[in-house]
Ligand binder design. Structure first.
Ligand SMILES: *[C@@H]1O[C@H](CO)[C@@H](O)[C@H](O)[C@H]1NC(C)=O
Ligand SMILES: *[C@@H]1O[C@H](CO)[C@@H](O)[C@H](O)[C@H]1NC(C)=O
Ligand SMILES: *[C@@H]1O[C@H](CO)[C@@H](O)[C@H](O)[C@H]1NC(C)=O
Ligand SMILES: *[C@@H]1O[C@H](CO)[C@@H](O)[C@H](O)[C@H]1NC(C)=O
Ligand SMILES: *[C@@H]1O[C@H](CO)[C@@H](O)[C@H](O)[C@H]1NC(C)=O
Length: 359
């Protein structure tokens, strides 16, 4: 055999390898979720939603009316769902990165904006937990409280507070609304954007003071800050970290793992629920399946009207408007809601959108 021929062969193989590698790289970037699906052959019928059911603004609320009367938990279904979700994420770990995952000065890529990077600062590093704040924590019943205006006038405060573990979203105010939303909170999320929206971007001392007081109310519970999702909030996260350290605030900070959102999306995609990006509420439910035997949802209602045609605010506490059905929105809350409602009907969770019974 002549050497020239050998070289040719090697060359061809190398080119094939390069082509193959290039494909691999673009696949991992673009279709991480699809790969996850390939690795898990779940019985997708378990959560199947009839995809020919159109979800639209028109007639939405009427379609989604449902009853909490006679609702019963199906514990074996709860266990199956927990097991399925565990194939995608382990919320005990993915709920937060820990100190040992980074050192100060490490540069990471934002989860939803891979081209942009963040430097891990000393303050951020010092607030990373040593171990997961949810390690070995198990609860009989949990409440996941969304922020929909559907809570106003619900009288659900006592019922929400009666749960063993209460999860809330985006540092929502409680005291002025206690009767409807309750006061206790064991785990609360905070998007960096809330500093701009609710605390004036810390422009003056009184904004900072108000914020410090809100965090002091948390009294040792978990403050969950999605700091690694997209660029834009890093300054706010730094200010928050500084305030926590300076005022020695008693909160247990947590920062979701870099894989959490993709893993959650992968789980729901496998069940044919094609959400672009899971809402905080859906993230919380998905994670709670790891810790809670019974999950009750409140304040989830992604429609501008209630089932009687009365206006419902997007948030119970502010005047923010939201276009639930816009394609520009990163979330698909009506689709998420439809899924949660189906899970309610099967006894996997309890979804309360009506007034709560007074004791
Ligand atoms: C899905 O919904 C359509 C219309 O709403 C209905 O005709 C069809 O029978 C449903 N399919 C299943 C499998 O339930
Ligand atoms: C509970 O869920 C299991 C597993 O999905 C199912 O086989 C069973 O029929 C359900 N039980 C009731 C009472 O709905
Ligand atoms: C991040 O850190 C590197 C090295 O410490 C530095 O060169 C770079 O300017 C930093 N970037 C930002 C945005 O702070
Ligand atoms: C601080 O800013 C808030 C609005 O963000 C304003 O209501 C308040 O009056 C300001 N306080 C001072 C002392 O400037
Ligand atoms: C704060 O938490 C501690 C321990 O968890 C508890 O004993 C105390 O009553 C709480 N304080 C308030 C004001 O809730």
């Amino acid at each position: 055999m002549r050497p020239a021929r050998k070289w040719w062969t090697i060359c061809t193989i190398s080119i094939l390898l390069i082509v193959y590698k290039t494909k691999e790289i673009s696949r991992t970037e673009e279709h991480q979720e699809a790969q996850l699906i390939g690795n898990a052959d779940l019985s997708s019928t378990r959560l199947m939603v009839n995809s020919s059911d159109k979800i639209s603004g028109r007639g939405g609320p009427a379609l989604f009316q449902h009853s909490v009367e006679g609702w019963k938990i199906n514990s074996s279904l709860v266990l199956e769902i927990r097991k399925d979700i565990l194939r995608f994420l382990d919320a005990e770990k993915d709920v937060s990165v820990v100190k040992s995952s980074f050192k100060p000065g490490d540069v990471i890529h934002y989860v939803l904006d891979r081209r942009r990077t963040l430097n891990i600062s000393h303050n951020l590093h010092s607030l990373l937990p040593e171990v997961s704040p949810m390690k070995n924590r198990r609860f009989k019943t949990c409440a996941v409280v969304g922020n929909s205006g559907i809570l106003l006038d619900s009288g659900c405060g006592n019922e929400i507070d009666s749960h063993d573990f209460v999860i809330r979203c985006n540092l929502a105010p409680l005291s002025e609304f206690a009767e409807d939303v309750g006061m206790s909170s064991d785990f609360i999320t905070m998007n960096p954007s809330v500093i701009q929206r609710a605390y004036g971007g810390f422009k003056n001392e009184s904004d900072r003071e108000k914020f410090v007081q809100r965090l002091a109310m948390l009294n040792g519970s978990v403050l969950w800050i999605p700091a690694f999702m997209v660029k834009g909030g890093e300054k706010h996260v730094e200010w928050v970290n500084e305030l926590i350290l300076k005022n020695k605030l008693k909160v247990r900070t947590a920062y979701p793992s870099l894989r959490l959102v993709h893993a959650v999306r992968g789980y729901w995609l496998t069940n044919k629920i094609n959400i672009k990006r899971p809402s905080t509420g859906l993230l919380m439910y998905t994670m709670a399946t790891r810790f809670c035997d019974e999950i009750h949802l409140y304040g989830f209602w992604p429609f501008p009207k209630d089932s009687h045609g009365k206006s419902v605010k997007y948030h119970y506490y502010d005047e923010l408007k939201y276009r639930y059905f816009s394609n520009a929105s990163p979330h698909r809350m009506p689709l998420e809601f439809k899924t949660l409602k189906m899970l309610h009907n099967k006894g996997a969770l309890k979804l309360t959108t009506s007034k709560c019974a007074q004791p």
